[in-house]
Design a protein around this ligand. Sequence first.
Ligand code: NAI
Ligand code: CS2
Length: 479
Amino acid sequence: MDNNRHQLVPRIVHLGFGAFHRAHQALYTHLLIEQSQSDWGYCEINLMSARGAELIRQLKKRHCTYVLLEKDEERTTLTRINSIKEAMHPRIDGVHAVIEKMAAPETAIISLTITEKGYCTDPSTNKLNLSHPAIRHDIAYPETPESVLGYILAALKIRFQQNLPPVTILSCDNIRNNGEVARNAILSLAAQQDSELALWIKRNITFPSTMVDRIVPAMTEDSFAEIKQLTGEDDPCAVISEPFRQWVIEDCFANGRPDWHYVGAQFVKDVAPYEMMKLRMLNGSHSFLAYLGYLGGYEFISDAMQNQDYYQIVQRIMLAEQKPTLSLPDNIDLNQYAQQLLTRFANRAIKHKTAQIAVDGSQKLPQRLLDSILWHQKKGSDYPLLALGVAAWMRYVSGINEDGEPIPIKDPLSDEFSKIYQHHGTSLEAVDALLKIDAIFSPEISQNNDIVNKIKTAYQQLLTLGARQTVKYYLTKID
Ligand code: NAI
Ligand code: CS2
């Protein structure tokens, strides 16, 4: 298979060579190359951090291949991924070389897995945050950008000025309407720099939305050791995932695309119903489980799922509070979907830390829990578990666990949380102060007494009973 690799053309520049991309899009593209001799390959780029640069250095050193181990409690599959042609990082190759790669005539797709915060938007509105330090920098110095948006814009400017073919910007992050969010953010930044460029982007560049799904935990020392035992090699780019994978893509590409549908992707006209289903049923329940699981002393999601109370309450939030908010094509059975999710969460072969999913909650709550709360509020139906999920996040970002030990909080807004808790302790006033963060909570949420009261009730239960007993209490209360 290695033989095919030198025929690859790096037509897809991917930003965000993280664990998820390595186990998802890179695999689809690899399978397509194997199956149909497709010549679509990747140029992998990380833009951030010394760690990101080190990974790219290691990838280059290993001729752009690595191994993927897919596993559940019954099977394991080891695959050497061969869909990558090149790799770059601004600290290794220079900022201009990276921009030029994105602007190269052969580049047809720029895809992204840069985490929710990479879009520099306010999560409650999904609008570009013009006071974000990286965005302020990019407005002042567009030729040496810092944000992903700034890099994309610098490349699009070259394409516009040199009359080069258009590209597709393909967001593969867990954000509702991810294509639209990427488009609006780039257009808002372009409007600050060059209105003609903004107009050209509107007319020429497409931003398909996607629903992406595969549980891919961050690698740990144990998982690297497992890979070494299987392959005999140290592979810093190796990754471990569950066997399940799904990719639903809006079919609007500006300059061609791989035939990913031959290897399991679905091209559709409208991704929104699939995205909403996944963000609410899977990710909403995942965050719920992560905060309550962490507070209850569970290191891994699959451990929390062995506790029958946790299993049942997660099933309950999916079926009673998330499912009713969705409307999907007739061929999708949401009861079956929920059952499959419960099995995936309980997969003990995958060591997914509750603390990993708990990261960046400020960026995740709106699409995972708050949108559904608003749906119930409008319909007049009840949502105790969605409110419990938000309260568990609030209890978690207090930075102190149930044994009084510190919780390391990783979130772009962590300074705000720590100021709030320094001032109010874990009292109910902290809830009021958190609700005032309008980047997370829209006025529809923070000024609605019913919603606020439900969150406060749940928060008080968590303080009084602790997470495990609160889960029990809610199960009996709602039966
Ligand atoms: P990771 O931590 O392994 O990789 C994160 C990547 O994002 C790195 O390449 C990093 O350089 C880049 N990044 C982080 N902050 C950035 C910023 N401010 N600007 C530009 N780039 C930035 O995480 P992983 O697992 O690859 O997840 C990345 C995203 O993929 C998630 O946030 C989510 O949106 C999506 N995803 C992840 C899944 C998973 O199970 N891990 C499954 C489905 C989607
Ligand atoms: C998780 C997701 O880290 C998180 O917040 O909820 O990354 C989850 O593993 C994926 O979306 C599954 O597709």
